[in-house]
Design a protein around this ligand. Structure first.
Ligand SMILES: Cc1ncc(COP(=O)(O)O)c(C=O)c1O
Length: 365
């Protein structure tokens, strides 16, 4: 099998996903002795000064990179975005409250199912019958007058679709699952009241979930919620109510540092556009490739496509593995191929993929 000079393959996995090599090496160095504290990275108390500096640094960097307004609260929690499906509804809704969903994929469906445990969640737009190939345009759906908020998923990891505009919420608060494009695309945080995202795609390892809350969202938090599901508890303790994922928060800080060193959010956005353009140009070059998403809804983070038949898809994946290109198998609900181009994926990896695709098409067309 072909491997790059560092011994790492070109990793197109959908998450946990490839991280910049610099970050991986920083972790390696910190494992026995974190920031010259004498304590190893996985062996240090979350109550230590050394760790407090790390979590403060990660929060500060995230606020700078995403231009999070000062009055917003930032939390680092556990339980993944999947816990936020329920926790966001539990904190923001009261029994029977209406809440509206734009259903653009399996993650939105799951989020809606959990919100329905608290309130009356309604799909205002749902593309399931068309195989989740597109994103709604403003004006294609209506929001209920009494909806408490509108929930949407900015990037659909499985299907490879993504919003390229701020969805209209008819003046209602927006709640956003940004798990697979946070810090990879431009975002207006101030236009949202709650944003949540697992770190394991663009920003770090699994086990850290970023939650960003507006003052409105913090005021909505109900009384007497189960302690671990109460945003105000985590906020009052600076995300240190209980033992956080100290390792994950260290890695998050290092990835954010790498983002800042490499042009900030603008740099990430430009690289992600360049990478996805390169791959979409190849997909549009030949009818051999069958891209899944409609052109105006294409994701810059997850690119999905089929081949003429399943046998060829299997062959593609086998030969790609031999060529040192990994993590390309599409999600079972879509099939085919998926290349995830998160922040840690370099343009060199995409160039290698495109060269492989050209050769594969020539040999099999
Ligand atoms: C958009 C989106 N939302 C939610 C999830 C679920 O995240 P987790 O596994 O962190 O619960 C994922 C996972 O891939 C995702 O891509």
């Amino acid at each position: 099998m072909y491997v790059t000079t560092s011994g790492r393959i070109h990793n197109f996995g959908a998450g946990p996903a490839t991280l910049p090599l610099q970050v991986v090496e920083e972790c390696q160095n910190a494992l026995p002795n974190l920031n010259e504290s004498g304590f190893g990275l996985m062996e240090i108390s979350h109550r230590s000064e050394t760790f407090q500096e790390i979590i403060d640094s990660a929060m500060g960097r995230l606020r700078r990179i995403l231009t999070i307004p000062d009055e917003y609260t930032v939390l680092f929690l556990q339980g993944g975005a999947s816990l936020q499906f329920y926790m966001s509804a539990l904190n923001l809704l009261r029994p029977g409250d209406h809440v509206d969903f734009l259903v653009t994929g399996a993650w939105s469906q799951k989020a809606m199912k959990e919100a329905n445990r608290i309130g009356d969640a309604s799909p205002r737009w749902d593309d399931s019958e068309n195989g989740f190939k597109s994103i709604p345009k403003n004006g294609e759906y209506s929001i209920r007058n009494d909806a408490m908020y509108v929930h949407y998923t900015s990037n659909n990891t499985l299907f490879g679709t993504q919003y390229h505009h701020l969805p209209d919420s008819d003046g209602k608060p927006r709640v956003l699952d940004a798990s697979s494009d946070i810090a990879g695309v431009p975002i207006d945080v101030s236009a949202h009241d709650l944003i949540y995202a697992g770190a394991q795609k663009n920003l770090g390892p699994s086990g850290v979930t970023i939650v960003i809350l507006s003052p409105w969202a913090m005021k909505r938090v109900g009384d007497d919620l189960p302690t671990m599901l109460d945003y105000s508890v985590h906020s009052s303790k600076g995300s240190l109510f209980n033992t956080p994922n100290t390792f994950g928060i260290f890695v998050l800080d290092r990835v954010l540092n790498w983002v800042e060193e490499n042009g900030g959010l603008e740099g990430s956005v430009a690289r992600n556009i360049a990478k996805s353009n390169l791959l979409y140009e190849e997909l549009d070059r030949s009818s051999f490739w069958k891209p899944h998403a409609k052109k105006d809804s294409r994701s810059v983070m997850n690119v999905t496509w089929r081949l003429p038949n399943e046998k060829l898809e299997e062959k593609f994946l086998q030969e790609a593995t031999i060529a040192g290109l990994g993590g390309l198998k599409g999600h079972r609900s879509v099939g085919g191929i998926r290349a995830s181009l998160y922040n840690g994926c370099s343009i060199k990896s995409v160039e290698a993929l495109v060269i492989f695709m050209r050769n594969f098409e020539q040999a099999n067309h």
